[in-house]
Design a protein around this ligand. Structure first.
Ligand code: ATP
Ligand code: MG
Length: 501
């Protein structure tokens, strides 16, 4: 039965008829020889109406081929199949895409006797391809324009991509990073491994995800930058193929937070000082008058006593203690800013030298070395030199006490041109100040010295005097290695580059 069919109908024709996409057979002169069933159905044509016509006549109603990219001639020349993709709008405005495949049919000599032209509707595939390309382009735009620094790396940690934000954060060019760098080079030693460990474990974020980790990154100049890191592993069929990390530079945030904290502490300190100052001023004022009269009458009494009178000794002790009390009262008044400073323009280095010579007992220094780290520039400030000398003496005496007779006292002066300030630092290599005492050291009568050894008025007086001279005093650093007190005074004068010798 089957054999009979094959005999009756050439199987080649059956194949041609069964092709599921529209197909034509053309002569080398582009004349249609035949068309398969699908072609006739799709084009709503009958075979007789197209056989013997050129394809241009059938499709465009004219003889010249309108389709410039038609590879028909090329097929004849090269005797090889060719294809062309065409975008065709429909009458309803919809667009569809067709692929035309031209296959040469050769004779026994290898010459092209016919060309088979098949038309395939590739609209769906092409639409998907266009959508994919658009999505890719959109994603690329997002990555390129993201203000967040994005770095992608392969499974072996080789960097694949750095977006422009990452380029400026890390200081590498994407082209350079993608060829030569690994993720490890973007961190301090050990950090990359820590990140990977956290990424691969479920620490609350889920395996393959890392949220808001704070770590330092290292840029191309070797500088470390605090950053927030978010990362995720990219999987394909459960296999790690890449990772992507997002970095946010925290430098500005940290700087602002630090400034805010400093301002908060300063405000709290000023408020505390203002209320203590008021109390101190009141007490000092009330005590000052009786002290003056005690001093007056005791001195008068001493003058009237014969030199060998035994009472003389006792009265001298009274005078000495009254003078000590007056000293305390003076300090309290200075702290509460009740004395008027006699300001003058003076070089800060000169004040330091003056203060050092004013320290009455040079033996106090013991084995302590004094280092002068003075600015070469002439740093002029407008202050009461006696008051600032008093401040420096108090700081130096405290430093000596903290070093217990051995260590190094450094006196440093420098300009802060950006803030128009002159800075003066007194550093020691002493015991440091305990963290819990830091908020109390400027309070009057706060002392850690033994009873009778310190009044606890040194720093509070210094605070009042510095404020009176429009300056600022703070602990710049303290720890087991010693303490640095920082004094800052405003200067409206341009800081000269050369110091007169
Ligand atoms: N350079 C320093 N190193 C370590 N601790 C310091 C330093 N300067 C000050 N302190 C701490 O601050 C406290 C208060 O200092 P302040 O100068 O006000 O008082 P004092 O030195 O104790 O007494 P006084 O200065 O009246 O003799 C000190 O007792 C000490 O605990
Ligand atoms: Mg002191």
């Amino acid at each position: 039965m089957n054999e009979k069919i094959y005999d009756e109908l050439d199987w080649r024709i059956r194949v041609f008829e069964s092709l599921s996409f529209p197909t034509l057979i053309l002569t080398p002169g582009k004349v249609i020889l035949t068309a398969n069933r699908v072609f006739l159905e799709k084009q709503h044509m009958v075979l007789d109406s197209i056989v013997g016509k050129t394809c241009s006549e059938v499709f465009y109603g004219s003889n010249g081929c309108r389709h410039r990219a038609c590879p028909f001639i090329k097929v004849l020349e090269n005797k090889k199949g060719e294809s062309v993709l065409r975008r065709r709008p429909t009458r309803t405005g919809k667009v569809f895409w067709e692929e035309r495949l031209f296959s040469p049919i050769l004779d026994d000599n290898g010459d092209v006797i016919y060309v088979m032209e098949s038309v395939r509707d590739v609209t769906r595939m092409k639409t998907l391809e266009i959508a994919l390309k658009e999505t890719e382009a959109f994603l690329e735009k997002i990555i390129l324009n993201s203000p967040v620094a994005i770095v992608a790396a392969d499974h072996y940690d080789n960097i694949l991509l750095m977006n422009p934000a990452a380029e400026s954060l890390f200081g590498y060019k994407n082209s350079e990073a993608a060829r030569t760098l690994t993720m490890e080079q973007l961190y301090e030693p050990g950090v990359a491994r820590r990140i990977m460990r956290q990424l691969r474990h479920d620490d609350g974020d889920g395996v393959g995800k890392l949220h808001g980790m704070h770590a330092s990154i290292v840029n191309s100049w070797g500088e470390t930058i605090p950053a927030e890191i978010n990362a995720s592993i990219i999987y394909e069929d459960d296999e790690e193929i890449a990772k992507v990390c997002l970095y946010t530079d925290l430098s500005d945030k940290i700087r602002i937070e630090k400034k805010l904290e400093e301002a908060r502490v300063q405000l709290a300190q000023s408020e505390k000082m203002a209320s203590i100052g008021q109390l101190a001023a009141g007490v000092a004022h009330e005590i000052n008058n009786p002290l003056t009269s005690i001093l007056f009458y005791s001195s008068l009494k001493i003058e009237n006593l014969p030199l060998d009178d035994p009472e003389r000794e006792e009265l001298l002790a009274v005078v000495e203690d009254v003078n000590r009390c007056k000293g305390i009262v003076k300090s309290l008044l200075e702290y509460s800013r009740r004395s008027v400073p006699a300001k003058e323009l003076i070089d800060v280095n000169t004040i330091i030298e003056r203060s050092l010579t004013l320290i009455r007992d040079p033996k106090m220094f013991g084995k302590i070395k004094i280092l002068r780290d003075f600015s070469d520039e002439l740093l002029m400030i407008e202050v009461d030199k006696n008051q600032i000398s008093q401040v420096l003496i108090n700081l130096v005496i405290n430093a000596i006490a903290a070093m217990d007779g051995d260590g190094q006292l450094t006196l440093c002066t420098r300009p802060d041109k950006q803030r128009n300030k002159v800075c003066l630092e007194v550093s020691d290599t002493g015991c440091g100040i305990r963290k819990e005492d830091l908020t109390k050291i400027f309070d009057p009568f706060f002392t850690t010295k033994e009873l009778g050894k310190g009044t606890g008025l040194g720093l509070s007086t210094a605070y009042g005097l510095v404020k009176e001279n429009n300056g600022n005093i703070s602990v710049k650093h303290t720890g087991a290695g010693g303490t640095t007190f920082l004094l800052e005074f405003p200067t409206n004068l341009p800081i000269s580059d050369a110091k007169d010798d």
